[in-house]
Design a protein around this ligand. Structure first.
Ligand SMILES: C[S@@+](CC[C@H](N)C(=O)[O-])C[C@H]1O[C@@H](n2cnc3c(N)ncnc32)[C@H](O)[C@@H]1O
Length: 266
């Protein structure tokens, strides 16, 4: 299948789940974003952005969904925020939140692989977070585009689920025996094909549009970043879950469950 066929199928699946996420979200985003300084970001990534110089910067996020993280970064001190996402419905929600909150944020509905040249060399920070990389069939192409968006010396910040988690089955999967048992290859290179929904907010299942996601190894993430002209300066692995899918593994804290990566466009 071509990149376009994967991303178009995923657009439909992400449009389909948007209303389901809004229904299950315990936080009323349209109310909380009217509070000055409100943020959905956790302490670790907040501290990281502040340390790297968030105040007064221009920030962009790829695969921003409903914009909650872009809005948060601006509420924490960025001068402006721009979010890109392929889902028309998520971007519609993000635009409403920007209007209600009166925060200087712009949201663009676009496949990341089709982002227009007008956004090149504009941003001090490019943020990629929780559950974004898995939707990208071609990481090299993705990081080349990410790098183009950054100004020289601009920083890439990734706060993502760890690829180790791709090896574990979830309760209900036919492959599931034990939460820590290795069920899938770390090197899986065919896509995950899903028809039971992508509701990571309510964790419900439903008969969904077919969607395609991808396992990326740490090496493939590092190599795609390096070849894009971004110099990696910091990398940390953490033993807690940021996905809300693997919280049951936090007690044992035996494996890395998420990571932070910082890089600079040179
Ligand atoms: C798990 S969500 C990201 C959630 C976000 N990190 C947060 O915490 O709110 C993944 C997002 O990637 C978007 N996406 C998937 N493929 C994309 C593509 N090719 N171009 C742009 N956005 C894409 C989806 O529409 C979805 O909103």
């Amino acid at each position: 299948m071509s990149i376009k066929k994967y991303t178009q199928a995923n657009r439909e699946a992400w449009n389909e789940v948007n209303g389901i996420h809004q229904k299950h979200n315990p936080i009323r985003l349209s109310e909380v974003f009217q509070e000055k300084g409100f943020s959905t970001l956790d302490e670790h990534i907040t501290r990281t952005f502040i340390r790297l110089g968030l105040q007064g910067s221009n920030v962009a996020q790829l695969c921003c969904n409903n914009g909650r993280e872009v809005l948060s970064l601006v509420n924490l001190g960025a001068q402006s925020g721009t979010g890109f996402d392929i889902s028309d419905h998520a971007i519609e929600e993000a635009k409403k939140l920007a209007t209600i909150s009166k925060l200087p944020c712009t949201f663009v509905c676009s496949d990341v692989y089709d982002i227009e040249g007008v956004y090149s060399n504009q941003y001090d920070f490019l943020y990629i977070s929780i559950g974004a990389l898995t939707w990208l069939p071609d990481l090299n192409k993705f990081f080349n585009i990410a790098s183009t968006l950054l100004k020289n010396d601009g920083k890439l910040v990734i706060y993502e689920m760890h690829p180790m988690l791709n090896m574990l089955a979830m309760e209900g999967d036919p492959e599931f025996e034990d939460p820590m048992k290795i069920a899938f290859s770390y090197f899986k290179n065919d896509p995950w094909i899903n028809n039971t929904g992508i509701d990571y907010v309510g964790n419900t299942t439903y008969e969904s549009k077919t969607n395609y996601s991808f396992s990326h190894t740490l090496a493939s993430i590092f190599n795609a970043i390096i070849q894009s002209g971004i110099q990696i300066s910091e990398f940390e692995e953490h033993n807690y879950d940021i996905s809300c899918i693997f919280t049951h593994l936090e007690k044992e804290a035996k494996i890395p469950m998420c990571f932070t990566l910082i890089g600079k466009k040179v």
